[in-house]
Design a protein around this ligand. Structure first.
Ligand SMILES: [Zn+2]
Length: 257
């Protein structure tokens, strides 16, 4: 019993020594980390934080809370321009809090391409403001937003105008020629599908499904229907490839099936 008490006292002392030693190490590390952060040029810090913001709103939020330098740098326009909006619904069924409103307004003011893209998608697919969709998408396109180029192609393809449709086929086929863009296109296509499930798609232009393949040599029957993510651009014609995209889009419109 006495031994146990003695052991427990020793344990207490040992714990206290370890705790003091750890605490001093942590303090030293914190000071070193803080001084390391202070030594990073602001442009580089903003660039690092913008990469974090691009991937996750939660991560950038946590980074902002971790130290004053991060908090200040994360308020830079450049970071807001790259902010991921994945945590925010495209259509807010419940009213947004004041904090969320302020955040989205700042993203808009900073020309965040994702917010412009979302507005373009809403304008066009809901059919409420189709005339302003291309303007919003163009602003997202200026920041090389691949999803915005994809939706611009869809608008051209469904325009009902042969010349615009031909431009849409050329643009869409061009996108699929680059392996990098094809990979990003797959992400954007799936994201668009999820977005469309959140809204009422009521643009009547989408009811007239265009056909883009104009070849008469039955190549589709010979080779079968092309795969939407086919990596071999030499295998099929541009029209078939774009028809495949149109079929995917039609399948993504639950209200119209
Ligand atoms: Zn074809």
């Amino acid at each position: 019993m006495v031994k146990d008490v003695k052991d427990s006292t020793n344990m207490g002392r040992a714990t206290s020594v370890i705790s003091r030693s750890l605490s001093s190490k942590i303090t030293r590390r914190a000071v070193t980390t803080a001084s390391n952060i202070e030594n990073i040029p602001r442009e580089l810090l903003v660039e690092i934080l913008s990469r974090i913001a691009e991937n996750s709103f939660t991560d950038i939020h946590n980074a902002k809370l971790s130290c004053k330098d991060f908090h200040e740098a994360a308020e830079d326009t450049y970071v807001y321009r790259h902010m991921s909006l994945d945590s925010f619904p495209v259509v807010a069924w419940n009213p947004l809090s004041e904090k969320q409103q302020t955040f989205l307004t700042k993203c808009k003011e900073c020309q965040n391409p994702e917010i412009m893209y979302r507005q373009g998608v809403l304008d066009y697919f809901t059919g409420k403001r189709p005339e302003s969709a291309l303007g919003h998408l163009q602003r997202a396109l200026n920041a090389n937003h691949i999803g915005a180029l994809y939706v611009t192609c869809i608008i051209l393809l469904f325009s009902g105008d042969d010349e615009l449709k031909a431009t849409g086929v050329g643009l869409m086929a061009g996108m699929k020629k680059s392996k990098y863009v094809r990979k990003r296109l797959k992400e954007h296509r799936d994201k668009l599908k999820r977005m469309l499930r959140e809204m009422w798609v009521e643009n009547p232009a989408l009811r007239r499904r265009p056909v883009c393949c104009t070849r008469q040599d039955n190549h589709r029957r010979k080779r079968g229907w092309v795969d939407i993510d086919d990596d071999d651009e030499d295998v099929h014609c541009e029209g078939c490839s774009v028809d495949c995209e149109i079929r995917f889009l039609a399948d993504s419109l639950p209200q119209w099936q």
